[in-house]
Design a protein around this ligand. Structure first.
Ligand SMILES: Cc1cc2nc3c(=O)[nH]c(=O)nc-3n(C[C@H](O)[C@H](O)[C@H](O)COP(=O)(O)O)c2cc1C
Length: 167
C-alpha cells in the first residue's frame, strides 16, 4: 500500500498554499497518497505515515496557527517522519545567510523534531493584497514580486519522495 502523507500548510495570502499544492501534486504523481490541508483544518494526524509542515513567515515568526498545530500534535509529530518548508522573503535569494536566517524562524519546530528535510523557499509579495497600513509601512523597503522558484520546489518534493519511500 502506498504511504499516506499529510501536507499541512499555514498561509495568509495564498502563496504558501500554492507551494503546498505543488508539492502535493509532485508526490501524488510519484505514487504517494497525499492530502493537502490548511493547518487550521487538521483535527487528527494519526492516519498519516508522514507529515510535511509548511508555513509562511510574518514579522520574523512562523504563522501562529503553525505553532498551535505543532503544540497540539507534538507527541505524534515526534513519532513520525516529518519535513518542514518555509516560504518567506528572507529566501528571496537562496544564499547561505538567507538559509541561516530562515532556519532561525524554524527553531520552534526544530526543537520538537529534527526533520528529514527542510525546504527553504522564496515567497511572494503582492501589495494589492495587503491592508493599507502594511502598504504604507512596506513601501520602498520591501520588494514586490513572486520569488518562488517552482523548479526548486519540484526538485525538493522529488527528494522527499525518496525519503518517505524509505522511511
Ligand atoms: C505583514 C508581513 C510580514 C512579513 N514578515 C516577514 C518576515 O518577518 N520575514 C520574512 O522573511 N518574510 C516576511 N514576510 C513575507 C512573507 O513571508 C511572504 O510574502 C510569504 O510568501 C507570504 O505567504 P502567504 O502568501 O502564504 O501568506 C512578510 C509578509 C507580510 C505581508
Amino acid at each position: 500500500m502506498s504511504k499516506r502523507i499529510l501536507i499541512a500548510y499555514a498561509s495568509r495570502v495564498g502563496s504558501t498554499a500554492e507551494v503546498a499544492e505543488k508539492i502535493g501534486e509532485v508526490l501524488r504523481n510519484l505514487g504517494l497518497d497525499v492530502e493537502v490541508r490548511s493547518i487550521k483544518d487538521v483535527t487528527s494526524i494519526s492516519n498519516y505515515d508522514g507529515i510535511i509542515i509548511g508555513s509562511a513567515v510574518r514579522m520574523f515568526k512562523l504563522l501562529p496557527e503553525t505553532m498551535k498545530f505543532v503544540n497540539r500534535f507534538r507527541e505524534e509529530i515526534r513519532n513520525k517522519p516529518v519535513a518542514y518548508f518555509i516560504v518567506c522573503l528572507t529566501m528571496q535569494k537562496d544564499v547561505e545567510e538567507s538559509r541561516t536566517r530562515s532556519k532561525e524562524y524554524l527553531k520552534p519546530l526544530l526543537e520538537i523534531k529534527e526533520p528529514i528535510s527542510i525546504g527553504f523557499f522564496g515567497g511572494k509579495m503582492d501589495y494589492s493584497k495587503l491592508s493599507f497600513i502594511w502598504r504604507i509601512l512596506f513601501k520602498g523597503k520591501v520588494p514586490e514580486g513572486d520569488f518562488r522558484d517552482w523548479k526548486k520546489i519540484t526538485d525538493w518534493a522529488g527528494d522527499l519522495f525518496v525519503y518517505f519511500s524509505r522511511s
